[in-house]
Design a protein. Structure first.
Length: 375
């Protein structure tokens, strides 16, 4: 393990696996990947439940992208199964499509609508006096009105972040589409897929190279004084950990995922049901809708956000962003000295899909290549 690698990569999530695979295959570098967990794949890791059903212990993941290059790259390491992620929101025992679409509005208000009349309805509901929303609640009131905001957004946000929407930026709602059609897919991306053998096998295949060594249950702190890479270090962990929390601890929301085996083929009508008001958990996920696994039973995962545990979501509040900006200054100063790079969901302190993480890693690899080979 402690023989001098040319590239040291901290973290075996999507970003770290991509960088390791590219550096080993394209540059011929000896790569050492250290991962503090006992598995690869980061939060995308999946495994078999005792029942034999494939589950996602860190919360629901499905692969979606409109970038054919990212899809083509990953297709070297897995075969795909076409899938579809649909989400509904529960309100007073009634299920509504989410993100809000034409059917949501029709069902919620008891009206027959088309795109034009639905837009007129939203215009009547919204608070036209809010022209420049400064927080998430103001954005929702300015675009959706109070009824829809309180029914589908406010309670979910409080549980998700442990904060009132007035403490969060408008973009957390602005990124959620409102569709004046009956389209009920969760995303608008061109491709919606799932690795047929599972995410973990995909990432293990990426790391299956004679020039890549993976050390699980190993943190960077354990080896940073002993292992000195000859060329570069790529860090994909949280920046506060890299700098020993010198500026303070970055806040994260973790997920407590409780799984329940049900002796029925399916229970829910779709993969995910949001619970903005009822229960402590934010959503219940029946992953078989996404994996398309054939099994006589099913598993329902109840996801409850919490303040402690494996970091899942960076808190998008202004204090948290200011704190991360101080760590970014430290990281960029270290990067400027050469031989150090940072990337990925944890290091960049922002939510990103699996496809976005892979895309960012491929871009970073090209930068590393240029820095070290001039091409």
């Amino acid at each position: 393990m402690f023989q001098e690698p040319e590239l040291l990569i901290v973290g075996a999530g999507p970003t770290g696996c991509t960088i390791a695979e590219r550096a080993a295959r394209e540059l011929g570098w000896r790569c050492l990947v250290v991962e503090k967990r006992d598995h690869v794949g980061g939060a995308c890791h999946d495994r078999l439940h005792p029942s034999g059903i494939r589950v996602h212990p860190y919360g629901r993941h499905f692969f979606h992208t409109s970038d054919p290059d990212v899809l083509q790259y990953l297709s070297r390491f897995t075969r795909w199964r076409s899938t579809r992620c649909e989400v509904q929101a529960s309100r007073d025992g009634v299920l509504y499509p989410f993100p809000i679409n034409l059917e949501t509005l029709e069902r919620f208000f008891g009206l027959e609508l088309d795109a034009e009349s639905a837009q007129a309805l939203l215009d009547d509901l919204r608070d036209a006096s809010i022209t420049q929303p400064v927080h998430a609640e103001a954005w929702a009131l300015a675009h959706l009105g109070r009824e829809l905001y309180q029914a589908f957004y406010e309670g979910y946000t409080r549980k998700q972040w442990g904060l009132h929407p007035m403490s969060l930026p408008p973009e957390i709602y602005a990124r959620i589409p409102v569709r004046l059609t009956h389209e009920n897919r969760y995303t608008d991306d061109r491709y919606e897929l799932i690795p047929d053998p599972g995410y973990t096998e995909l990432f293990e295949a990426m790391l299956n190279h004679p020039r890549i060594r993976v050390e699980r249950r190993t943190s960077y702190r354990q080896i940073r004084e002993q292992v000195r890479p000859l060329r570069a270090l790529v860090y994909t962990g949280a920046l506060d950990e890299l700098f020993d929390s010198s500026e303070g601890q970055l806040p994260w929301r973790a997920l407590d995922v409780r799984m329940e085996l049900v002796e029925k083929p399916f229970v829910q009508p779709c993969a995910q049901i949001n619970h903005p008001q009822e229960h402590d958990y934010t959503r219940s996920v029946e992953i078989k809708h996404i994996t398309r696994q054939e099994h006589p039973h099913t598993v329902i995962a109840y996801e409850t956000p919490c303040a402690h545990g494996e970091p899942a979501y960076p808190v998008p509040s202004q204090p948290a962003r200011r704190l991360h900006a101080r760590y970014l200054d430290l990281a960029r100063a270290r990067e400027a000295r050469g031989g150090f790079y940072f990337a990925g969901r944890l290091a960049e302190y922002r939510y990103m899909s699996t496809a976005q993480a892979i895309q960012g890693a491929l871009t970073l690899f090209e930068r590393i290549r240029r820095d070290h080979t001039g091409r």
